[in-house]
Design a protein around this ligand. Structure first.
Ligand code: GLU
Length: 454
């Protein structure tokens, strides 16, 4: 049977890194096995689900390049399917209608609290047939008494749970919406999901889900509960920490491949290799190499991964991402090639290429005044005369020109490079000065100097 995985986020906030990591694992596993990945939106919590969050999830996945083969399916549009399954369970006496009111439940909860006990639904309506007419009800699962629930987690091995710890849990709420556990299982069954790869925080839901799979007579998928992602201080990363939204990383200049590489590598390893292309990850990823211990999120490492990916990215690809309008005389390929070697992220790369946008560089007054220091302006004038008469315009000839110029004037490179850099780029940081001149070309270099001096 071919592999079917799914990513099933709840649209109750932005897409945070833990969820993205789960999506990546499902994506890599599906692609590796030429299977498919389904996108399912678990929006049964009507109060907390928003369309903004849904849109953000979709656009974040698109940005990451995690493309799905089916969906997005919205659970809120599949209510009939869950109701039908719930009714079948009731007919088979595997579930039942419970007419207990919220007040009654609250009373029981309060009493449990007073008696220092953990509240558990007492099965009040489990065997009753005196159903009131026109009263609201929920449908509860008839949890078998003292049954050993067994399942295998591909990472954690065989797990056995005694069903006596599990109450008769709700599968369908009085408003017709399913609970998470029920909708999730019905969908996994209906969608023929073969592998459930998700966070360890869902391990405690699995016994209930196994009971539902058995009750609806469907094959149980293979579970893999991946370790949680923690901050450096070992506390759980949560949706509440705005900074963990993937969107923030996009805004901060991270490449999508850096995010995928870093998050996939967090908890999964392939020897000591740190930098992977997407193709490599698809072919090398393995569920059995996932680690059971928590993954510690480390911004510095992520930043290093990003810098490494920027360096090896194709210049044309970077050009598209940068959305800069390069001035016509600029050697764009050389500009990106030089700047990417020195840029830590996409924003800084863009910043360092700003001087390539217009005919002339934009120079602020503070920088202008620096040029007049230490004879800078005279040196620039002299230099531009020599550059004008340079016939062959190559990296070598530019370097020779500088070498001769330094010797003749008995100065250090920085004496001429500093004012020149400001005039040519409007900044104190840029690619090397020989490269800047090459990127601009002889004509534009001279034009910028002349314009400044005029
Ligand atoms: N909707 C769940 C969540 O966002 C996913 C649960 C699952 O993958 O089964 O955590």
């Amino acid at each position: 049977m071919s592999v079917v995985t799914r990513f099933a986020p709840s649209p109750t906030g932005s897409l945070h890194l833990g969820a993205v990591r789960t999506a990546i694992f499902n994506f890599l596993y599906a692609r590796q096995n030429s299977g498919k990945i389904i996108l399912r939106i678990e929006d049964t919590d009507q109060e907390r689900s928003t369309s903004d969050s849904l849109n953000e999830i979709i656009s974040s996945l698109e940005w990451l390049g995690i493309n799905w083969d089916e969906g997005p399916y919205l659970q809120s549009e599949r209510l009939d399917i869950y109701r039908e399954h719930a009714e079948i369970l009731v007919d088979k006496d595997l579930a039942y209608k419970c007419f207990m009111t919220t007040e009654e439940i609250n009373q029981l909860k309060e009493r449990a609290l007073r008696e220092n006990k953990i509240y558990k639904y007492p099965g009040t309506w489990r065997n009753r047939s005196d159903h009131p007419k026109n009263a609201e009800f929920v449908i509860r699962f008839k949890t078998p008494k003292s049954k050993q629930i067994k399942f295998v987690d591909s990472l954690r091995g065989q797990i056995n749970i005694d069903s006596s710890n599990i109450e008769d849990f709700i599968v369908l709420k009085s408003n017709g919406f399913p609970t998470y556990n029920f909708a999730s299982v019905v969908d996994d069954a209906e969608m023929n999901v073969t592998n459930i790869i998700r966070g360890e925080d869902h391990l405690s839901n699995t016994p209930k889900q196994i009971l539902i799979f058995e009750a609806i007579n469907k094959k149980i998928p293979i579970f893999t509960h991946v370790s949680m992602m923690l901050g450096k201080d070992k506390t759980k990363l949560s949706k509440r920490h705005g900074a963990e939204s993937i969107n923030n990383f996009k805004k901060s200049g991270y490449l999508s491949i850096s995010m995928i590489n870093y998050l996939a590598r967090l908890g999964w390893s392939h020897g000591n290799q740190e930098i992977f292309s997407l193709k490599e990850m698809i072919s090398l990823f393995s569920l059995s190499n996932l680690s059971k211990s928590p993954a510690i999120f480390d911004t510095e490492k992520l930043s290093w991964v990003n810098t490494s990916h920027i360096k090896i990215s194709d210049n044309n690809y970077l050009k598209k991402l940068l959305e800069l309008k390069f001035y016509e005389e600029i050697d764009v390929n050389l500009a990106i090639q030089c700047a990417k070697e020195k840029s830590k992220d996409l924003n800084l790369l863009k910043e360092s290429l700003k001087f390539c946008e217009n005919e002339y560089a934009d120079i602020n007054d503070k920088l202008k005044s620096e040029i007049y220091k230490d004879n800078g302006i005279d040196l620039v004038k002299k230099f531009s005369r020599e550059l004008k008469s340079l016939e062959k315009f190559t990296k070598e000839s530019i370097k020779n020109l500088f070498d001769n110029f330094l010797e003749k004037n008995n100065i250090k490179l920085k004496n001429i490079a500093s004012p020149l850099r400001i005039i040519l780029t409007g900044s104190k940081v840029s690619p090397g000065i020989y490269e800047v001149i090459q990127i601009l070309g002889k004509n534009l270099t001279l034009k910028r100097i002349k314009y400044f001096l005029s």
